[in-house]
Design a binder for this molecule. Structure first.
Ligand code: PRP
Length: 188
């Protein structure tokens, strides 16, 4: 698909979305998570926040700006094969972190944990860099969809197994920049 096509295609119409988590509720929870993380990593040196592209970019931006501790930002990109209604569980590294994270405290920041395969893979990948510690943070988790158990140390919300968009989450690359998280209504 051409970039121009992506830009021209409209987002899912807002009347076809049902708000699941409002902008106010997201912002309040992000503030709580940031407060807890700031307490937990006080006096730990620079915390390395690793945002998982693409979906985590908005959550990472908001969360990182609410922290009161020293932090640095990294990104990592993965792709999963057979992603659709059911993930194949195979995850491939597309882009690794740029900086040296050996001996550093790392917090992986995800928008969503669905089957858990991506986060499980990422924990292994980050551990291969020899960090001081690795913890995980996700804004939402579909607990009913878990295929592997992965600890989420800082979780925003457990959500039902519905297709959600907004606040970084997409449907065919659309609706990522909505300030709230919405459920796409079935079209039939
Ligand atoms: C989403 C999300 C996680 C992954 C979770 O990424 O950002 O990385 O799926 O799914 P899992 O728990 O079943 O592994 P997606 O593949 O949609 O890519 P994107 O972030 O670029 O939209």
């Amino acid at each position: 698909m051409l970039a121009a096509d992506l830009l021209c295609e409209a987002d899912v119409a807002q009347e076809d979305l049902k708000v699941l988590i409002s902008e106010a509720d997201i912002q309040a929870r992000v503030a709580e998570l940031a407060e807890q993380i700031s307490k937990d990593y006080e006096n730990s040196g620079d915390l390395v926040l690793v945002g998982v592209l693409k979906g985590a970019f908005i959550f990472l931006a908001d969360l990182s700006r609410q922290l009161t501790i020293p932090r640095v930002i990294e990104f990592i990109a993965v792709s999963s094969y057979g992603k659709g209604s059911r993930s194949s569980g195979a995850v491939r590294l597309v882009m690794d972190v740029r900086g040296n994270i050996e001996g550093k405290h790392v917090l992986i920041v995800e928008d969503i944990v669905d089957t858990g395969h991506t986060l499980e893979y990422l924990i292994g990948m980050i551990n291969s860099h020899g960090p001081a510690s690795v913890k995980t943070c996700a804004l939402v988790r579909k607990a009913d969809r878990a295929e592997v158990h992965v600890d989420v140390d800082y979780l925003g919300f457990d959500i039902p197994d519905e297709w959600v968009v907004g606040y970084g989450l997409d449907y065919a690359e659309k609706n990522r920049t909505l300030p709230y998280i919405g459920i796409i209504r079935p079209t039939d």
